[in-house]
Design a protein around this ligand. Structure first.
Ligand SMILES: NC(=O)c1ccc[n+]([C@@H]2O[C@H](COP(=O)([O-])OP(=O)(O)OC[C@H]3O[C@@H](n4cnc5c(N)ncnc54)[C@H](O)[C@@H]3O)[C@@H](O)[C@H]2O)c1
Ligand SMILES: N[C@H](CO)Cc1c[nH]c[nH+]1
Ligand SMILES: [Zn+2]
Length: 436
């Protein structure tokens, strides 16, 4: 047996609990000065030298030497080939997942609307999709076909006519499942580039890579830093940090199940965070025993150990209500309510990216195929942001039509307010419409 796992144990009533919790939650992924400098340098090079810079950085950071940018472009025909190359079982799984994600996201579509006032004035809101979206699909340490589906399907449901995808292929290793997912999800073109250089290419365009209106999708610190840097030039969805899971358990779920749920996010990243809250101290002991029993059976045991020892915790709380209060303070990306009656707790949950209800709803099902999006706000940002959705690929335009009568009335109000702001042209523009 390997060394016992040194996971933090806390009691939410201990005097220094707040300090311990704050220390556990502290994570700032895009503040590193050297990373910022490198990313700025990469963005400047891509803006200046376009494709040539992409080819150079791909050789340097992905270990992939190519003669020209043409070798880093995959068209629809190549994506269709990938769909033929995967096994029937894999194809079915991708199709089931894509279809469920599509159906869920179709519920998010919002119609344009308008209403007419008594004098014939019409006011409304017109919804239009982005012209072109850029998807970043991570490919450094692992490949994520599921992320292709989660990013591309809502874009297509929103009506985006052109979806381009970037994905690094370290040492030229192409993941056929990623390409097959892109094919099924309706991606138009793929560029096998990654990191800050791919984000810069999507933001500014190069000879080969078209400039997009919005960049979505998770990535490592270089990707996140680059997305923050190009925001304003293009839209971005969010700055995604490492994965997180918070489990609230009443002590009645099999401890092995909870241990595996905690592992499931810890295996993403050394910086990932897995926390368990329970009012049952004996259950926390049982989960700790399960963690120790099962850890070595994981392919990524080393990464999981680092994540759990640095950022994981098993926390004793007074009650399930107390657990909900702490959960709101954490505002986790994923929250599992592994309790007999999750509906009873739901109204108390105010901040969480996705809420998994009951013992039979492990977070992993949401990662792949339940239907809702797995791109979620992390690092406490669920306080003010939402899962990736159809709305991220659409814009709203206000629509205003004034009848002559309506204009005459509104102009009187506008004139007073405009003169109060000393904006004479505004006032006179309105006043021209006042009926004599
Ligand atoms: N929130 C989500 O929905 C979600 C889903 C999937 C993955 N993720 C996260 O996305 C991240 C993926 O990271 P990844 O590294 O596997 O893939 P990645 O594609 O984000 O990053 C790989 C790229 O980073 C760049 N890079 C690496 N080292 C560099 C260096 N020293 N200097 C400059 N550039 C460098 C390279 O260009 C490389 O192509 C993980 O943290 C994972 O947890 C999140
Ligand atoms: N849990 C990740 C988001 O935090 C998404 C993912 C992809 N594959 C497996 N999981
Ligand atoms: Zn996951």
């Amino acid at each position: 047996m390997s060394t016992p796992l040194k996971i933090t144990r806390l009691d939410a009533n201990q005097v220094d609990f707040k300090q311990h919790l704050d220390a556990l939650l502290a994570w700032e992924g895009v503040s590193d000065k050297s990373v910022n400098e490198r990313v700025e340098e990469i963005i400047a090079a891509v803006r200046e030298r376009g494709d040539a810079a992409l080819v150079e950085y791909t050789a340097r950071f992905d270990g992939l030497q190519v003669n020209s940018m043409a070798d880093l472009i995959l068209d629809r025909a190549r994506l269709e080939l990938a769909l033929e190359r995967i096994t029937p079982e894999q194809r079915t799984a991708l199709e089931v997942a894509a279809e469920r994600v599509r159906i869920y996201h179709e519920h998010q579509t919002q119609p344009s609307w308008r209403y007419t006032e008594a004098d014939g004035t019409v006011l409304g809101q017109q919804i239009t999709p982005l012209d072109r979206a850029g998807l970043y699909v991570p490919g450094g340490k692992a490949s994520y076909p599921s992320s292709v589906i989660m990013n591309a399907v809502p874009a297509k449901v929103a009506g985006v006519p052109e979806v381009v995808m970037v994905v690094p292929t370290p040492r030229g290793e192409i993941n056929e499942l990623v390409l097959a997912a892109a094919c099924l999800a309706g991606v138009d073109r793929v560029f096998t580039i990654g990191g800050a250089q791919a984000v810069a290419a999507l933001a500014y365009g190069t000879e080969s890579v078209p400039r997009v209106d919005k960049i979505v999708g998770p990535g490592n610190i270089y990707v996140a830093t680059a997305k923050r840097a190009v925001f304003g030039q293009v839209g971005i969805d969010m700055i995604a940090g490492p994965s997180e899971i918070l489990v609230i358990c009443d002590g009645q779920t099999d401890p092995d199940w909870i241990a595996m749920d905690l592992f499931s996010q810890a295996e993403h990243d050394e910086d990932a965070q897995s926390i368990l809250l329970s009012p049952d101290a004996a259950f926390l002991d049982a989960v700790e025993a399960s963690l120790n029993k099962l850890l070595d059976s994981l392919e990524r045991a080393d990464m999981v150990r680092i994540s759990l020892e640095n950022r994981g915790a098993l926390i004793k709380v007074d009650s399930l209500e107390h657990a909900c209060e702490i959960s709101n303070r954490i505002a986790p990306e994923h929250l599992e309510l592994s309790v007999a009656d999750p509906d009873a707790l739901l109204p108390a949950i105010r901040h969480a990216g996705a809420i998994f209800m009951g013992r039979f709803t492990p977070e992993a099902l949401g990662d792949y195929c339940a239907g809702p999006n797995h791109v979620l706000p992390t690092s406490g940002t669920a306080r003010f942001s939402s899962p990736l959705g159809v709305y991220d690929f659409q814009k709203r335009s206000s629509v205003i039509f004034c009848s002559p009568e309506g204009a005459s009335e509104l102009a009187k109000t506008a004139s007073v307010l405009a003169r109060g702001e000393s904006l004479t042209a505004h006032a006179r523009s309105a006043e021209y419409r006042i009926k004599p």
